[in-house]
Ligand binder design. Sequence first.
Ligand SMILES: Cc1cc2nc3c(=O)[nH]c(=O)nc-3n(C[C@H](O)[C@H](O)[C@H](O)COP(=O)(O)OP(=O)(O)OC[C@H]3O[C@@H](n4cnc5c(N)ncnc54)[C@H](O)[C@@H]3O)c2cc1C
Length: 535
Amino acid sequence: MSDSYDFIVVGAGSAGAALANRLTASGQHQVLLLEAGAASHPYSRLPASFGLLIGNPAANWCYTSEPEAGTANRRIPVPRGKLLGGSSAINGLVYVRGQPLDYDIWAQQGNRGWSYDDVLPIFKRLEHYEAEISDDRATGGPLRVSEVPDQNPLYDAWFAAAREQGWPINPDYNGRDQYGVVKTQATISRGKRMSTAECYLKPARKRRNLHIVTRAQVEQIVLDGKKCTGVRYRKGAQTTVASASCEVICCAGGIASPQLLELSGIGDPAVLQQHGITVAHDLPGVGDNFRDHINARINFRVRAPGVSYNERVRGLRRYWQGMKYLATGGGFLSLPSAPVLGFLKTRPDMETPDIQMHLVPYSIEDPARRKLHDHPGMTMAAYQLRPESIGSVHIQSADPNDQPAIRFNFLDDPIDRRTIIDGFRMIRQFAHSKALDHLRGEEISPGADVQSDDEIISWIAANAVTAFHPIGSCRMGPAGRNTVVDDRLRVHGLSGLRVADASIMPTMVSGNTNAASIMIGEKASDMILEDLANA
Ligand SMILES: Cc1cc2nc3c(=O)[nH]c(=O)nc-3n(C[C@H](O)[C@H](O)[C@H](O)COP(=O)(O)OP(=O)(O)OC[C@H]3O[C@@H](n4cnc5c(N)ncnc54)[C@H](O)[C@@H]3O)c2cc1C
């Protein structure tokens, strides 16, 4: 079988769904959107699906990392969305653009068009922010974003404790200044998850020029010399070659994009030949420059009754939460992964925040099974915003069904170790604010016997997990600097092929990565249509 389109988009995640919507808006271009996962999952519109789908292969690739010395040789679970909407359909819903400096650094690295002033109009056009608007925020875009409406004495105490510490309360951390303690803005509207499937694909699905095929896994990008002509994908037992007269855009995400390039013979010859893959295009940067956030969590008991969700969902009360959600769209099932946050500085002389702190109004005994403790608890967590440690994602066989080897190399860089230890100490100091005294019980984990820097870093190495933000594995930048795409997201040295997803980020943005990934999909559509018009 063979099919022919103008554009083929691989992966219907945060970036791919936004891109497919914009490419088909004029009605002039035939677009094939291929998604390896299903069209949806019964839980996916629930915000709480973050916990319910985190280990569920029906909507999740459920990767694991390679054992590494820096994280006590553990295999860390690496969830990634596998359905329309991609990771935006299973994520923690926290909405963060990052700091202006993040994008200015991308521009300083030689990426024209990616400074904060360049990307701000795109962030504005993609959002519909359901709260007070400043010049930096907007309404009317596809992605609905709202401030978390949940109320809880824990959140009030969080803000009171911040005042006690002398930290600012920031009314809009998605404006120009991120610094301060904040109520979370979330991709939630009226209690429903706002994935890119909901916000970008649902309104576009009836377009006659948008052809969405689900459960279609792309196994190879097809090249004719140095020109990309299409893709080969498998759906069930059937293999199809689809051709693209204009371009193929790979939006498979921070893990699967470098994997697909390597499976197609694009990458470091040493890696490809090791697995018997013929080198079609020598591009050593593929799979390198990989980064993620590592998240250190501290669990406390909560001594005030009826405050922690461990209590509020116990036994028959879970049915009450279900009814509350159905009647009001509120309660436990409507929560993002953290309803209040802090963007803070581990040293007062820092120009901008270097850690993100989270409060979760419950505590978890077994993260893998999302099993809550039997006693009332809360979790405070922190990650370093811009990690320096660099890992890699590379294929470990020529079989597209084998997951690639994911090496985070977490905590390799001394700055990362220093910052996470300082962030960990800041959580403890904050948790012992007077304003939290009436709520906070004893520290459950790690506990009072973990005190010195060595004890803290060893505990983090043995317990911390990814914050689910893999980026950088198809890095954007000028050719010849271990980069994969140029600043128009074209794969260096090839025509007809771009990568547009979290994998192109040259460095980590300061925060959760969904908003930036959607922005990348949006910006890719502008560049593709401009280049077509100028061709
Ligand atoms: C559990 C979890 C919690 C998170 N929490 C937050 C949060 O609270 N806030 C936030 O901002 N970010 C969060 N993130 C991160 C954020 O969701 C991602 O950074 C973002 O969605 C990445 O977008 P993407 O387009 O690069 O990739 P994805 O959205 O992952 O999309 C890639 C798509 O490509 C498909 N695909 C892959 N390979 C193939 C193939 N060979 N053929 C066809 N299709 C393929 C995948 O199935 C997927 O649908 C979280 C992520 C996870 C997994």
